[in-house]
Write a protein that binds this ligand. Structure first.
Ligand code: SF4
Length: 255
């Protein structure tokens, strides 16, 4: 789709050296004039800043090839790139800035400094959402800059070791933050039992924070499972979200 604008494209083979000193961000891709594809703000016009690296290795991850690559950028380099576009105007007029990955939480220190420097330079803070795999505790300073928490704890079917993917203390803390949602990728009926046993019964999250989404990295995959996921969502009185970026663009990334 031609309306999506790229600031930093995915460059698997392009390797810049790390700057001598911090701060900098390790970025996989950066694009805007698209929409939030899933969750509570599905359909919202948005810019995506996708950082490198992740704490998890979900077997079905549909962006792994992208966040495993990327390059370090100093803030000066980012201002130069940003100022060549109309991103700032778009953010000022309401596009959300979505921090995604990989794991933005792994770079929360750099992202805190980046957002603070952005405010200083452009005079406003973009409405900021974060995609979060829920395994690292947010610093209070970073948490204050985030307007929407799109938390997505990984279930057993992700293939990650339990100790790596399930952090009850962190999940409970995230649940207490304003505008915190919990998106679960669901592949089968049994996944609901796991959500109930490990998240609802111990009181880590609230039922009205739950959003169920179908597993699938392609349109075809989503369509195979989505009716089942809607059925579970309706039965359990929780929200359902499609994954609209896959419905629109199938396997394509950077959109
Ligand atoms: S946590 Fe998210 S980005 Fe990381 S491997 Fe899993 S699906 Fe991919």
């Amino acid at each position: 789709m031609k309306f999506v604008k790229t600031i930093i494209g995915s460059h698997p083979k392009f390797q810049k050296p790390k700057p001598d000193k911090e701060p900098y961000l390790e970025i996989a891709e950066f694009f805007y004039d698209t929409i939030q594809g899933e969750g509570i703000n599905l359909g919202q016009p948005a810019a995506f800043l996708r950082v490198q690296h992740c704490t998890q290795n979900c077997w079905w991850c549909d962006t792994k090839e992208v966040w495993r690559a990327g390059n370090p950028y100093t803030f000066e380099e980012l201002w130069t790139l940003i100022d060549q576009t109309d991103l700032v105007n778009k953010l000022r007029s309401g596009q959300h800035l979505i921090l995604t990955g990989g794991s933005p939480m792994k770079q929360q220190k750099g992202l805190t400094l980046f957002l603070q420097a952005f405010v200083e330079r452009y005079g406003f803070k973009p409405f900021t959402e974060i995609e979060n795999e829920c395994t690292l505790m947010p610093d209070p300073e970073f948490a204050r800059l985030i307007d929407v928490w799109n938390n997505s704890p990984k279930l057993k079917h992700s293939g990650n070791p339990d100790k790596l993917r399930y952090q009850p203390v962190i999940i409970k803390h995230l649940s207490s933050l304003d505008n915190a949602w919990f998106k679960f990728v669901v592949a089968q009926h049994e996944d609901w039992d796991e959500i109930e046993e490990f998240f609802l019964k111990p009181g880590l999250i609230k039922r009205n924070q739950i959003i169920l989404m179908p597993l699938g990295g392609t349109r075809e995959g989503l369509h195979r499972i989505r009716n089942t996921v809607v059925e579970i969502a309706v039965r359990e009185s929780v929200r359902y979200s499609s994954r609209e970026h896959i419905e629109l663009w199938d396997k394509k990334t950077g959109v």
